[in-house]
Design a protein around this ligand. Structure first.
Ligand code: NAD
Length: 368
């Protein structure tokens, strides 16, 4: 897969064992300088150390930095530490940052790469399902500000995205499950065949309300191969959308399906719900809005709910005050001229943007 943007075109590789192929891929990318490997603390030993050893064996100079896990690491202080580490280690313009971890490390290390010496190359190596399907592709990088999340950042497209699906075997089950929400979302917004294949796999395996374990059984090669392929196709949806709309001017809004209600619910839960869990709830609520708008039928809403359940996700809206949900939705970044632009499903595989949803209808959908 190739992402095409005005700034650059770059390959996106999603496969089992992908990390081991990094040394042989670097020369083709023209990356011959020192490598600054930034690892999430949870994956540094397991995947970072063997990767650094392989790169050194291939003749590269490799510096390694381990970042404490958690969103708190997307901070000005942690960014400054990365800058200091690179400057005191003699970073040069031809060097590259390698980001190994979930969206936290991808965003932080990506922004460090965007800003050091006015920009050096970055390779994104996502190790969570959420970051494979979303954060690693598209070039958005950044950190949090004390006044809000993701407020400081830059578009900085990677030179390569290398997603090794084997790394998902060590992901905690809940973190893996939340990632399926974004995979299913990509089916709903743009790829009906992906949605149907996710349904077929769940049916064949007898998954119903609660899928077993974390949906990843390293001992079941057939299953992991099928799941890897479905993940690859979900990433392809992001690759397509980002290639069409690099700077979030149009098509990219469709990726926000489920996120208007989802973000509100995530905040009202005080981040007790994981992002993907909140998106699953948001997708269900927004599909109900579409149904009440006569854009889709109850069958579509039911199929989507059944699929989310099969991959271990809840869809019921927690009992939050509807006014509080609507107030937070009004602060959504998609609000234009005081109107929320809703991304709503017309059918599996197709969404429309609507800014004419009456408030009374919203209230009915959110009470359901
Ligand atoms: N740039 C973008 O376009 C974009 C898009 C979506 C989200 N984001 C950002 O991404 C971040 C969330 O990313 P995330 O969900 O990947 O969370 P994360 O990076 O915090 O990772 C989740 C947890 O899993 C651990 N972990 C990561 N990989 C592991 C592995 N293979 N095995 C075991 N443990 C592992 C981490 O230590 C962490 O505790 C947020 O900060 C969000 O703002 C960015």
């Amino acid at each position: 897969m190739i992402v095409t943007t005005t700034a650059a075109s770059y390959p996106v590789v999603v496969e089992s064992g992908a990390l081991a192929s990094l040394p042989e891929r670097l020369p083709a990318l023209g990356l011959r300088g020192a490598l600054w490997l930034v690892c999430d603390g949870a994956v540094a030993e397991r995947y970072g150390a063997p990767l650094a050893a392989r790169l050194r064996a291939a003749g590269h100079t490799v510096h390694v930095f381990s970042v404490p896990p958690g969103d708190a690491s997307k901070s000005p202080a942690q960014l400054a530490e990365l800058h200091t580490w690179m400057i005191s280690g003699g970073v040069e313009r031809r060097d590259a940052v390698l980001a190994l971890g979930g969206g936290v490390v991808g965003d932080l290390a990506g922004f460090a790469a965007a800003t050091i010496l006015r920009g050096v190359a970055v390779v994104q190596m996502p190790t969570t399902l959420l970051s494979m399907v979303d954060a690693a592709v598209g070039g958005k990088t950044g950190i949090n500000h004390p006044l809000g999340k993701n407020l400081i950042g830059a578009f900085h497209q990677p030179r390569l995205v290398l997603a090794d699906t084997d790394t998902l075997s060590s992901l905690p089950p809940r973190a893996l499950r939340e990632g399926w929400a974004e995979v299913i979302k990509h089916g709903v917004i743009r790829d009906a065949a992906l949605f149907e294949d996710l349904e077929r796999l769940a049916e064949g395996r007898g998954w119903s309300a609660q899928a077993p374990g974390g949906l990843w059984d390293a001992g079941d090669a057939g299953l992991t191969a099928q799941l890897s392929e479905l993940i690859r196709r979900a990433v392809a949806v992001k690759v397509e959308v980002v290639s069409i709309d690099e700077f979030e001017q149009g098509e990219r809004i469709t990726l926000n399906y489920g996120h208007t209600v989802g973000h509100a619910v995530e905040q009202l839960s005080q981040y007790g719900l994981l992002h993907g869990e909140a998106v699953a709830v948001g997708m269900h609520a927004e599909a109900r809005i579409a149904q009440l708008m006569d854009m889709c039928d109850g069958d579509m809403v039911g199929r989507q709910a059944a699929l989310l359940h099969a991959y271990g996700l809840e869809t019921a809206l927690p009992a939050y005050d509807v006014d509080a949900i609507l107030a937070l939705a009004m602060r959504d970044k998609k609000v234009q001229a005081k109107k929320i632009r809703w991304v709503l499903p017309a059918s599996v595989g197709a969404v429309r943007v609507r800014d004419d949803v009456p408030e009374g209808l919203l209230r009915r959908a959110l009470h359901a």
